[in-house]
Design a protein around this ligand. Structure first.
Ligand code: ZN
Length: 293
């Protein structure tokens, strides 16, 4: 009995934690007359409402679709017409099937669609993702960028390159001056970069640079996880990443092994607050730098 319990506890996936979806409440924050942020469990959701219909960014877990739909229903009577996935990780996309069946068009980077259409393994957390059924797959994909002209808002969606995964989409609501970053920007330390599935620390930093170029002191930034943020928060996050990346890079150039680099403590000054340990993060950075881009 005791062994079973321990085995079960060990099996709880770290990314999502033990999930009691009944206990989850959806918190709504107004960012402008047309843009809202919803927090529940999983990736933060961006919502754009208006005359044309409802457009959302990410859709968390399937058991939360009802609660998310109720929260959106308090903002607008119009149904969700478009769901943009910032990437293919389950805590951002598991609601796709429900929204797809209800008639929404799912949109993503082409690499994310490819991943959702096939079985995946998120190795660091030992988490398998089975291929999604047809209704959950994006009907619309893009390669570099695309734009929506919707609800009086110019919505630019772009992909800079390998970052958190190989299929990240950043969503810029131009008139409202809001950015949704997906997991390219999160508020916990150290960030998870899905390096075995195409993520890369250099690309992540480049994507942050592009976002910083689009932002000013007034920009409201929705991170993949954590509270609503500012450009300064994003720049602080970038600074942490570059500092650690540069420390690892020097050691790689000196020909040090991963073990030697971990022993040199390149994350000094920062403390892990999420489920990625400092050693796991150093390995991610090391693997990113060792692989050709
Ligand atoms: Zn993710």
């Amino acid at each position: 009995m005791r062994n079973t319990l321990i085995a079960l506890i060990g099996f709880i996936p770290l990314v999502s934690g033990a999930q009691d979806f009944d206990a989850v409440e959806i918190k709504t924050t107004k960012l402008s007359d047309s843009i809202y942020m919803l927090e529940g469990s999983g990736g933060n959701i961006g919502v754009c409402i208006g005359e044309d219909g409802t457009f959302i960014v990410d859709d968390q877990f399937a058991p939360l679709t009802k609660k998310i739909t109720v929260a959106i229903g308090k903002l607008t009577p119009k149904p969700v017409q478009f769901v943009v996935n910032t990437h293919w990780h389950f805590d951002h996309t598991d609601g796709n099937e429900n929204f797809g069946k209800a008639g929404a068009f799912i949109v993503s980077h082409e690499n994310s669609r490819e991943r959702m259409a096939n079985d995946q393994l998120i190795a660091l957390f030992g988490r398998e993702m089975k291929a999604y059924p047809q209704e959950a797959l994006p009907k619309i994909t893009f390669r570099k960028s695309m734009s929506f002209h919707y609800n009086g808002e110019t919505i630019n969606i772009f992909h800079v390159g390998r970052a958190h995964t190989d299929g990240d989409a950043i969503v810029h609501f131009v008139e409202s001056n809001v950015l949704h970053m997906g997991d390219v920007f999160v508020r916990y330390v150290f960030p998870f970069i899905d390096e075995p599935n195409g993520g890369n620390v250099n690309g992540l930093i480049r994507t942050l640079d592009k976002a910083a170029d689009l932002a000013d002191g007034e920009t409201q930034i929705i991170p993949g996880h954590g509270p609503l943020s500012t450009k300064q928060d994003l720049l602080d996050f970038r600074q942490m990443l570059t500092k650690i990346r540069d420390r690892v890079k020097v050691k790689v150039r000196e020909g040090k092994t991963l073990e030697e680099i971990i022993a040199s403590d390149p994350t000094r000054g920062y403390k892990a607050t999420g489920s990625v340990t400092k050693d796991a993060f150093v390995k991610i950075v090391y693997d990113s730098l060792k692989k050709p881009k």
